[in-house]
Design a protein around this ligand. Structure first.
Ligand code: ADP
Length: 651
């Protein structure tokens, strides 16, 4: 049969055109694509040989061979896989049939219709474009192929000018050799990327195809000094050159091995190598699932949280592999954001190599894998909390914030995140300064206590000195210490736990209903009524600084405190917003005064002497500023505050 010329199908031409003229910069992925095709071809033959042993003949060891030729400016990729006959060449290479390429063109059409630049590099980068990606680096591509079990071989060739040729050829070995005549930018010393450089090729194979199951081999020229019969180098002897075949990939990925055969150090080394860890992982998850979706996952909770875990530049996500071939780094769509600290990889034959990121994200398989992994991780955390409290607290100290942010964000993302996480939360307790779960808190609440109390400040000491703490401490009521700004936001999102509402000790009515509290409440109301004028005038003296002034039922030895309204942001939330340069949210400040403090009597007497006196006004102001300082908030005008204190001291 003579040489035939065929036209490429219109879509293929379009795709080729894009490959050649694209400004896409990640050229090197062509090698991954061709090696992956070679590995698939061997897979197919391997599969067929299971029922038809004869098909392998004498050529039983599968391999992929790279042959760079710097002089000839070519790179060949050979496999002894299934090969193609003439019909298959026309069908598989000349026309677009497979989902990946079709999806690519559909996306392309959509982009065109919406007026986008179709050579947008990102768009091309999102697709595994298989065989055609060779044209990013090739002037000409030649395929020699011989189908397993057949005697004829074929030579296919194209310069991507719209047509290709097919002619019979001579080939001894079955399988396919793809020879790329490299564009001048991709070979030689001047080239930016030299795809005939053995070391470059070696590193690309390590990077993208290390876990391909078949050996990827290449010849290396090595120079050696000859050795004597004892194996010692002969001094002064002229070096001899010889060719050595090396296998470039390690082939056996750790995660495909049996869990029971893997030593702890091997896991540790793996995470060090693959994910740049320093320490032994805090926890390792190695799971294999065979069901509706098949996958293997090898994940870790790193020993330490990276310093930028909560910063914008941190990129969460797992690596994705399909049949041990690397598809994607940092796939964010597997795990929810609150597990952003997880590292590792997922390898699944159900994920397609040639699929866009968008399609992958929507893939049912990916979602199913993600759900299963999330469940596993949460289960293991719950187990850790139950069985090994010390370890869990270590985890909590590194990553607790992630879970709390998760609870907070669930207000926006919806779903059942709160239910999943609420039992995993820990907060420091006033009881013993230790971390407690919400369940533990609720379990030891006295019957009469209807609310879960919490206090916010930057550290334990500050909270313990809060005037509001005194009464609660005396009554033996446990208070949760919220020391991280996100804590209060998380608690606000939870609203309740075991049907008990959360209540800040610096907010509204504490709602204590033991007999003593009821009595104090009644008494406070009485004093409030009797001192109505005084309180009104203090409020007037303070102007817009406070929304109300009240007699307090929550203070013992302190004179004043600031509390926030029942609704709206709290004082500490206001501080957080201010720190974020977002002063939009202001708490409604209520100044509470202890009616049993001697200062109250002093105020009463100053007031009766005249509400417009400077002394009364100064006292009101000092009172308010004190309350601010107790909350850790600086007065707006420290100089004025110091002046007033000095004046008072000099009296
Ligand atoms: P995909 O790999 O997604 O199918 P490609 O464009 O990479 O898309 O390849 C198209 C088809 O060409 C493959 O499906 C396969 O049938 C065939 N093919 C490519 N490379 C080889 C090879 N080395 N050996 C045998 N067949 C191959």
């Amino acid at each position: 049969m003579a040489k035939e010329t065929h036209e490429f199908q219109a879509e293929t031409r379009q795709l080729l055109d894009l490959m050649i003229h694209s400004i896409y910069t990640n050229h090197e992925i062509f090698l991954r694509e061709l090696i992956s095709n070679a590995s698939d071809a061997i897979d197919k033959l391997h599969f067929e040989s299971l029922t038809n042993q004869d098909i392998l003949g004498d050529d039983k060891s599968f391999e992929i061979f790279l042959v760079p030729d710097a002089k000839g400016k070519t790179l060949s990729i050979s496999d002894n896989g299934i090969g193609m006959n003439r019909e298959e060449l026309v069908e598989n290479i000349g026309t677009i049939a497979k989902s990946g390429t079709k999806a690519f063109l559909e996306e392309l059409k959509k982009a065109k219709e919406s007026g986008q630049d179709v050579t947008d590099k990102d768009m091309i980068g999102q697709f595994g474009v298989g065989f055609y990606s060779a044209f990013m680096v090739a002037e000409k591509v030649t395929i020699f192929t011989k189908k397993a079990g057949e005697s004829e071989a074929w030579r296919w060739e194209s310069t991507a000018d719209g047509s290709y040729t097919i002619e019979p050829a001579e080939k001894d070995r079955r399988g396919t050799t793809i020879t790329i005549q490299l564009k001048k930018e991709f070979t030689g010393d001047e080239a930016e990327e030299d795809f005939t450089d053995t070391y470059k090729l070696q590193s690309l194979v390590k990077k993208y195809s290390d876990y391909v199951r078949y050996p990827i081999k290449m010849n290396f020229e090595v120079e050696e000094t000859p050795k004597d019969e004892n194996g010692k180098e002969i001094e002064g002897a002229e070096k001899i050159k010889r060719t050595e075949v090396r296998t470039l990939n390690s082939m056996q990925p750790l995660w495909t091995r049996n869990k029971s055969d893997i030593k702890e150090e091997e896991y540790t080394e793996f995470f060090k190598h693959q994910f740049h860890e320093w320490d032994k992982p805090m926890e390792i998850f190695h799971t294999k699932a065979e069901g509706t979706v098949e996958y293997t996952a090898l994940l870790e909770i790193p020993a330490h949280a990276p310093f930028n875990l909560y910063q914008q530049d941190y990129e969460p996500g797992l690596q994705l592999y399909s049949r041990h071939v690397f598809i994607m780094d940092k796939c964010k769509d597997l795990l929810p954001d609150y597990l952003r600290f997880m590292k590792g990889l997922v390898d699944s034959p159900d994920l397609s190599l040639n699929i866009s990121r968008e399609l992958l994200q929507q893939s049912r398989e990916l979602k199913a894998i993600g759900r299963a992994l999330e469940k596993n991780i949460l289960k293991s955390l719950a187990r850790k909390l139950k069985n090994s409290r010390e370890d869990y607290e270590k985890f909590w100290n590194e990553y607790g914030k992630s879970l709390k942010i998760g609870v907070y964000n669930s207000m926006y993302s919806g779903g059942d995140t709160i239910d999943k996480l609420k039992d995993l939360l820990l907060f420091m307790s006033s009881k013993d300064g230790k971390l407690v779960t919400l369940q533990e808190y609720v379990d030891r609440m006295p019957e009469s206590q209807k609310k879960i109390f919490y206090a916010t400040a930057k550290d334990k000491e500050t909270i313990e000195q809060l005037p509001q703490m005194e009464t609660l401490r005396d009554k033996g009521i446990e208070v949760l210490y919220l020391l991280d700004p996100v804590d209060e936001f998380a608690i606000e999102s939870l609203r309740t736990y075991a049907e008990k509402p959360f209540h800040s000790i610096s907010r509204g009515d504490l709602g204590l209903d033991d007999a003593e509290s009821q009595e104090v409440k009644k008494e406070t109301e009485d004093i409030q009524k009797k001192n109505d004028d005084l309180l009104k005038d203090i409020k007037e003296a303070l102007g817009a600084k406070v929304s109300d002034v009240k007699v307090s039922s929550r203070l013992k030895s302190s004179a004043v405190c600031l509390v926030a309204d029942e609704a709206g942001p709290s004082l500490s939330m206001e501080q957080t917003f201010a720190d974020m340069k977002n002063p939009l949210f202001k708490a409604q400040r209520i100044l509470e005064i202890n009616p049993h403090h001697e200062l109250f009597t002093k105020l009463q007497s100053l007031h009766s002497a005249g509400k417009d006196s400077q002394d009364f006004k100064d006292y009101c102001d000092l009172l308010y500023t004190q309350a601010l300082l107790i909350e850790g908030i600086l007065p707006e005008n420290p100089v004025d505050f110091a002046g007033k204190v000095a004046k008072l001291m000099a009296k």
